[in-house]
Design a protein around this ligand. Structure first.
Ligand SMILES: Cc1cc2nc3c(=O)[nH]c(=O)nc-3n(C[C@H](O)[C@H](O)[C@H](O)COP(=O)(O)OP(=O)(O)OC[C@H]3O[C@@H](n4cnc5c(N)ncnc54)[C@H](O)[C@@H]3O)c2cc1C
Length: 139
């Protein structure tokens, strides 16, 4: 993180160009699933890696902006709405590791970030049979 803080702001902007949603894109506007809330953040980012997330937060810190994460927009409220920065988590939706016990009971998994239930239960996934339950260590 210390190397990020020494990066010139213009370099930060340049490195985030690929993950910033173009203002002309429909994804530059957020609408919740029910269509009851709409907002137009001043910038919308779709990072794919943790490093890109760190760069977005560093840019927000320098620009004095808050960052609102958004999942799939199913909340019936305006919780996800913001006029500042929006971080869409859809491209962080990656399963990194899945552990299976010998009896094929699901043991553990780790996801890069927010993992949608849709991805977890995708029929193309070998773990599509898995039910999501909190592990004992989750309290
Ligand atoms: C048809 C339908 C049926 C539903 N049925 C149920 C139900 O049976 N039971 C139930 O409990 N809910 C139900 N819901 C509500 C819905 O499941 C939740 O509101 C939704 O799952 C929240 O996840 P999301 O990704 O859509 O969040 P969003 O709507 O995208 O965001 C909601 C809030 O979470 C924050 N947030 C989202 N992702 C992150 C993240 N990665 N990091 C930090 N903050 C984040 C946002 O900033 C915002 O404040 C239903 C919704 C719909 C549309």
């Amino acid at each position: 993180m210390s190397s990020l803080s020494s990066l010139p702001t213009q370099s930060l902007y340049n490195s985030l160009e690929d993950v910033r949603v173009p203002p002309s894109s429909p994804r530059a506007t957020f609408t919740n699933w029910a269509g009851t809330y709409v907002c137009r953040p001043c910038a919308v980012f779709e990072p794919r890696t943790e490093d890109q997330c760190a760069r977005i937060f560093e840019l927000a810190r320098r620009e004095g902006k808050t960052v609102r994460a958004v999942g799939v927009g199913h909340s019936p409220s305006d919780l996800a709405c913001t006029n500042e920065y929006m971080l869409r988590t859809t491209k962080l939706d990656k399963i990194l590791e899945v552990g299976l016990l010998l009896d094929y009971t699901f043991q553990s998994s780790s996801a890069l970030g927010p993992l949608s239930l849709h991805s977890l239960s995708s029929s193309s996934s070998p773990w599509s049979f898995v039910s999501v339950v909190p592990s004992p260590s989750d309290g």
